[in-house]
Design a protein around this ligand. Structure first.
Ligand SMILES: *Cc1c(COP(=O)(O)O)cnc(C)c1O
Length: 372
């Protein structure tokens, strides 16, 4: 699905030198590399403040803690996504309110969000799924009208650009009250372990987020608020700082592979190519087909037999996950998400796909789909 080895080989010298610097300095925690990477990522994204943390899930948890949400407060999040959002909402005793997604873009459906808002709603968490921004114009407007916080889950979408009706272009993670991202190795900007970051333009929130990520401490051994321990370590920061200058190339390589897939599958009505948000670029963390009129799981097995990996992101919507079963929700409540869980299939997507590989993948997908 990904080829991190080939990507490493192309910038091996920079990565090795960065890691060696950290070892030589022995500043493994809170070293200069972390400060450097933070500054470079602030410049790249245009975010006022970036607070590096231990992983993307921590970023989401710290964001919710920083906003001072209380048990019982409702947080609206899509049911078709990775588990992290619902997990941190549950851990903090908040009430997750799930909404359905759009069939074409697979992102949070704005009308469903509008209907889910109650007097207890405190925040909306749009997930920029698979690499394109959710409908941020409408979602930020809804949030403004109802005085809600917006926490962007930009874990899959770093570098995606959204253009508002007034012509202003903003990056994923910089449009909400707080943005969260992950540097998990297979993410579009991935390190060689765990990593994540919190984005905000608000100076006071930034200071609070920094304290929460540091045991709730502003002055050493003085703890004003309950916090956590969540840090990006210096070796990971060195890897990320070496990769960040290449992020735009990486995005372009993914988009080129996606274009190839789109062209190959355009004429096949059993393979629906990913729908595009009107106002967002797509950085293709995943290239996800919807397989209709043929058996997705049989196709997946047949592809595997020909040496082609594929994955189902995500096979079970949040409202059908055992740990999160909730009497408020029944099977059938989120028909789009449930249908997507049955039919999505993600193909190999990374920065090193060449034409030969793409031709092999697409011709086999087409063959096997038509045979079925
Ligand atoms: C990867 C991911 C996360 C969690 O990031 P980790 O760094 O693995 O904790 C959260 N949300 C989404 C949508 C993700 O893809």
């Amino acid at each position: 699905m990904v080829d991190l080895q080939a990507q490493y080989q192309r910038i091996k010298q920079d990565i090795d030198a960065g890691i060696q610097d950290v070892i030589d300095s022995t500043a493994f925690i809170k070293g200069q590399k972390v400060a450097d990477f933070q500054a470079h990522l602030e410049a790249y994204t245009g975010s006022g403040h970036i607070i590096p943390v231990g992983n993307g899930t921590d970023a989401l948890q710290i964001a919710l803690m920083a906003l001072g949400l209380q048990p019982g407060d409702e947080v609206i999040t899509p049911t078709f996504t990775f588990i992290a959002t619902a997990e941190v909402v549950a851990l903090l005793g908040l009430t997750p309110v799930l909404v359905d997604v759009d069939w074409q873009t697979m992102n949070m459906d704005t009308e469903s969000v509008r209907r889910a808002i109650t007097p207890k709603t405190k925040a909306i968490v749009p997930v920029h799924l698979f690499g394109q921004c959710a409908d941020m114009e409408a979602l930020t407007e809804l949030a403004r009208l109802h005085h809600l916080y917006v926490i962007e889950d930009a874990c899959q979408a770093i570098g995606a650009q959204y253009t508002f009706a007034n012509g202003q272009t903003r990056q994923a993670g910089t449009m909400g009250t707080i943005g969260c991202t992950s540097f998990f190795p297979s993410k579009n900007l991935g390190c060689y372990g765990d990593g994540g970051a919190v984005f905000t333009d608000d100076d006071d929130l930034a200071e609070r987020i920094r304290a929460i990520a540091n045991h709730g401490s502003r002055i050493r051994y003085h703890h004003d608020i309950v916090g956590v321990n969540s840090r990006l370590d210096s070796i990971q920061a060195a890897v990320l700082d070496a990769k960040l200058p290449h992020l735009d190339e990486y995005i372009a390589a993914r988009q080129k592979a996606a274009d190839y897939y789109d062209r190959a599958f355009a004429g096949c009505d059993r393979l629906l190519i990913p729908g595009r948000e009107a106002h967002s670029t797509h950085v293709f963390h995943q290239y996800t087909l919807r397989i209709v009129g043929t058996d997705r799981d049989a196709l997946r097995e047949a592809l595997a037999q020909r040496g082609i990996p594929s994955m189902v992101y995500y096979p079970v919507p949040l409202h059908q996950q055992k740990a999160y079963l909730d009497p408020r929700y029944q099977d059938g409540d989120f028909p789009v998400a449930e249908r997507l869980a049955q039919c999505v299939l993600s193909l190999p997507m990374h920065t090193e796909l060449d034409e030969e590989q793409l031709a092999y993948i697409t011709s086999n997908v087409l063959d096997l789909t038509l045979d079925n």
